[in-house]
Ligand binder design. Structure first.
Ligand code: ADP
Length: 843
């Protein structure tokens, strides 16, 4: 790190001064055609960007690395994706004598990207502030690229963390009152953070005015203060903060969303997510809206029915393909507006906006052509922005270049001066020839010539002999007398001279000025353009949901105020895309607990997920995969599914299982839906079984939530004798021709056996072992009160159960088998292990 500043060259001192204010950012320091980084920034950046680390003699030798200015974007993107901040320092004075002045012109952080190409168009990119107020935490978050602003209050710390993860928030602004736990959360999740000292409240800001409580205003104001300071922009395109009320939504925490694979896959395969199979949106705006809906399932019956109505409307007769086609060509209005508002839009943005607006009249006609009245009505809400379209159509060329400072962006005939300049610069000589011809005609002097020299510029030259023909009415002013001729200038020629000499440069500058004026004009439309974007996003999502429901045979759910569930022929929306899905019904009464038994891999988990996904889809306003669905509105879904270890958080599988169960047991209400998949697997059999039973009883007596509970503890099926709302279900399977057939059908009643040994037999475990296991099973079943049987103890003298003698290999196999901790293994692990043992036994 730098020593005494005075030891450095003035330029390095300038750098260090800037760096002082941007200590937590990588400073990109403009030097000629490069952005250079120094000291620790250079060490970090060279490693992250895989570029060469050199050094520079700046009074002292300092580490340095650099990237070319013209290809800097990709490097900046890489750093920002890693959660780093980048401060761009440009030269702001003309190079000349002395040190060029330099300033930070932009701070790019993970939450503050507006550049096209650096953002995922299908995702919002939020920056948030988290603040603790009287009634809990408040999370305010905005997407500066689209101008959307939201606020949720009354959160516990855990809920706030959860929301941050669900929304994939990348950057957090924290006032000084953060604590260790928050710090740990931020570090664990690799979030970019800025600690911020709050200043003057911005209560009068147009975004804040509609917030209700003082705390909400304060929290939002903190975020805005930070943004307006760092962006040096008025944030004009921001839409007022929308309050996302926790209790207006179904409660879904991030883990539940993951378990159900709503947006993110558990295996990093996006094709296993609900989002993947629903998202046929044509526009980026629609795609983000669908994600927003998936992140915010609702509990308001009226709004949900409205959404169903629209889907119904778009399912009805209408020019669907034409509508799809139009949407396909619509650009991302929100982000174009964002860039306009940040004065960052280029001609390409305005051209894309024009292209988009050119489609709107057609969009309106197409919506009107639909049979359904609600869809027709949408057309009347659309503002076609005719004037704006005409302005852009007249002014911006087709397919303009990216740069707005090199000309070639404004159409001919938009501005007479520009036309002239362009013509002059392009046809300078032609103009002079024309001028010469005109002057000859006007004066009648045949040998009149237009010439040029460095001292006088352009002039009219007339031979001495003809000089007397020059009449004062010509307006010629004598400039120079030569031996054989006289040279004159005219006001027109002088005026043109300036143009001629600088036409190119001037036309480029004028194009930029005109462009800036147009951009300023478009700025006046940003709110109505945002409204248009929202409408298009909705149309896109409704249309998509209509298309998928036709394609995949979804039905409109009927929402009921009673708790009676009727799902006829329900299907799992993702699994059915991969296998011939056996549909299943769900009939549930208030407070029902379904205890589901059946062999491994028979479909227990799929059944309960199927129901949860049907519920989830219904509560985002989508149709559902079933022949019929009558559903209550749940206030929350809780899941304990699969084995996800939270090693980073220091929890073992079993601990995670218990923490997640506890989440449900403490927070669920009688209006929630609970899914518990194989509780108690991670501990000893009786321990696990006891816990499972305890939980079932607790839910039955205390919570009374509708619950799906799958288990391999057969013993629990007897609970239906004592718990009136517990119903046994089982998944059918049968053994046929030495094969286990999973029928995937859910039937009432408990399964009659647990099939484990059959599965082992089908996997060709050694016959001796199978036989022995069957004997143990019989003895266990006979004597359930003696649990402490060591299942895998085998003693030669006990009984000669084998026909052939044990080899050393066989013993090894048995030993390995003995040492398996089945409670810690997934079915797949167990299968692989079996396969391996089988292979070994064949050797
Ligand atoms: P379990 O929870 O009983 O161990 P899963 O629910 O994980 O079993 O199901 C295992 C596999 O069986 C699934 O991945 C799926 O391929 C298949 N399956 C489950 N249910 C059905 C069904 N209803 N129709 C067709 N295949 C199914």
């Amino acid at each position: 790190m730098p020593k005494d500043k005075n030891e450095y060259t003035p330029m390095m001192q300038q750098y260090l001064k800037i760096k002082e204010d941007y200590a937590d950012a990588i400073v990109f320091f403009r030097l000629g055609d490069f952005y250079e980084m120094f000291f620790d920034d250079a060490l970090l950046a060279s490693k992250t960007l895989e570029i060469v680390l050199t050094s520079r003699d700046a009074g002292q030798k300092v580490p340095m690395c650099g990237v070319p200015h013209h290809s800097s974007r990709i490097y900046i993107q890489k750093l920002v994706e890693k959660g780093l901040k980048v401060a761009i320092v440009e030269q702001v004075s003309e190079p000349g004598k002395g040190l060029v002045e330099r300033k930070v012109v932009k701070l790019i952080t993970p939450g503050m990207i507006i550049e096209d190409g650096m953002l995922n168009e299908k995702e919002n990119n939020f920056i948030a502030s988290l603040s603790l107020k009287e009634h809990g935490y408040i999370l305010s978050y905005v997407d500066i690229s689209t101008g959307e602003s939201f606020l949720t209050d009354g959160l516990t710390k855990e809920q706030a963390f959860d929301l941050i993860l669900s929304l994939k928030i990348k950057e957090i602004v924290l006032s000084k009152n953060y604590d260790k736990q928050i710090e740990l959360f931020i570090n664990n999740n690799n979030l970019s953070v800025t600690y911020y000292e709050s200043g003057k409240d911005l209560f009068e800001h147009h975004l804040i005015k509609n917030l209700q409580t003082l705390d909400q205003k304060k929290a939002a104001s903190e975020l805005l203060q930070y943004l307006s300071q760092t962006q040096n922009q008025p944030l004009k395109h921001f839409m007022g903060f929308e309050i996302i009320r926790k209790n207006a939504h179904m409660h879904i925490d991030h883990k539940v969303q993951k378990h159900l694979e709503i947006i993110d896959s558990n295996t990093n395969n996006p094709k296993t997510t609900l989002l993947y199979w629903l998202d046929q949106t044509q526009t980026a705006m629609g795609s983000r809206k669908l994600k927003y809906w998936l992140n915010n399932p609702l509990i308001d019956k009226e709004i949900l029915n409205q959404r169903y109505d629209y889907i119904d409307g778009f399912k009805q007769y209408g020019p669907r393909n034409e509508l799809k086609e139009i949407l396909r060509y619509i650009y991302d209005i929100n982000r174009i507006v964002g860039r306009i508002s940040f004065n960052n839009a280029n001609a390409k943005d305005l051209y894309q906006l024009k292209q988009t607006l050119s489609l709107i009249p057609n969009l309106i006609e197409i919506l009107k052509a639909y049979e359904n009245d609600k869809v027709k009505e949408l057309a009347t809400d659309i503002n076609p922005h005719t004037e704006l379209f005409e302005l852009l159509d007249k002014s911006i060329v087709d397919n303009p270049p990216l740069s707005i400072k090199e000309g070639g962006i404004i159409k001919d005939h938009f501005n007479p001066l520009l036309d002239e300049l362009k013509e002059i610069s392009e046809n300078g000589t032609a103009w002079l020839e024309e001028f010469e011809r005109n002057e000859r005609e006007k004066t009648g002097i045949k040998n009149l010539k237009v010439g040029y020299n460095r001292v006088f510029g352009y002039f009219i030259e007339i031979s001495r002999g003809n000089a007397e023909l020059v009449d004062p009415s010509f307006g010629y002013e004598r400039k120079q007398t030569l031996s054989n001729s006289e040279r004159y200038v005219t006001p027109v020629l002088k005026e043109k001279e300036d143009l001629l000499l600088h036409a190119k440069e001037k036309s480029i500058n004028l194009e930029y000025e005109i462009f800036s004026e147009i951009r300023l004009k478009v700025y006046e439309y940003i709110f109505s353009l945002q409204e248009l974007a929202t409408l298009i996003a909705h149309i896109d999502v409704y249309l998509t949901l209509a298309i998928v429901s036709d394609q995949y045979r979804y039905v409109r759910p009927e929402l009921t105020d009673s708790k009676r569930v009727v799902v006829k022929n329900g299907r799992h929306p993702v699994v059915e895309r991969y296998v011939d899905f056996i549909s299943n019904d769900v009939y549930m009464e208030k407070e029902d607990i379904f205890l589901i038994t059946g062999p491994n891999m028979s479909g227990k988990s799929t059944y309960m997920r199927m129901y949860a996904l049907i519920v989830y889809m219904a509560q985002i306003g989508s149709f559902v995969p079933a022949n019929r669905a009558t559903l209550p509105i749940y206030d929350a879904i809780f899941t304990r599914i699969g084995s996800s270890d939270d090693i980073a958080g220091g929890k073992s599988t079993f601990m995670v299982e218990m923490v997640e169960s506890n989440e449900a047991l403490t927070k669920a209400t009688e209006n929630s839906l609970i899914l518990f998949d194989e509780i108690g697997r991670g501990t000893a059999t009786y321990d696990g079984m006891a816990l499972a039973q305890g939980m079932i009883e607790y839910i039955h007596h205390k919570i009374k939530a509708q619950t799906f509970f799958s288990t391999h503890y057969h013993e629990l099926t007897e609970l239906d004798q004592t718990l009136s709302n517990l119903k046994n279900l089982h998944v059918t399977a049968k053994e046929e021709n030495d094969k286990m057939l999973f029928l995937h059908q859910i039937k009432e009643g408990a399964s009659d056996q647990s099939y484990g040994i059959q599965v082992a037999k089908l996997a060709h475990l050694p016959k001796a072992l199978i036989k022995r296991s069957q004997e143990i099973l019989v003895s266990l079943e006979k004597d359930k009160n003696k649990p402490k049987v060591d299942l895998f103890t085998y003693t030669e003298e006990k009984e000669p159960i084998i026909e052939h003698s044990f080899t050393k290999e066989n013993e090894e196999i048995l030993n390995e088998l003995k040492n398996l901790d089945l409670n810690q293994m997934t079915p797949m692990d167990a299968f692989l292990q079996l396969k391996y043992l089988q292979e070994k036994s064949k050797k």
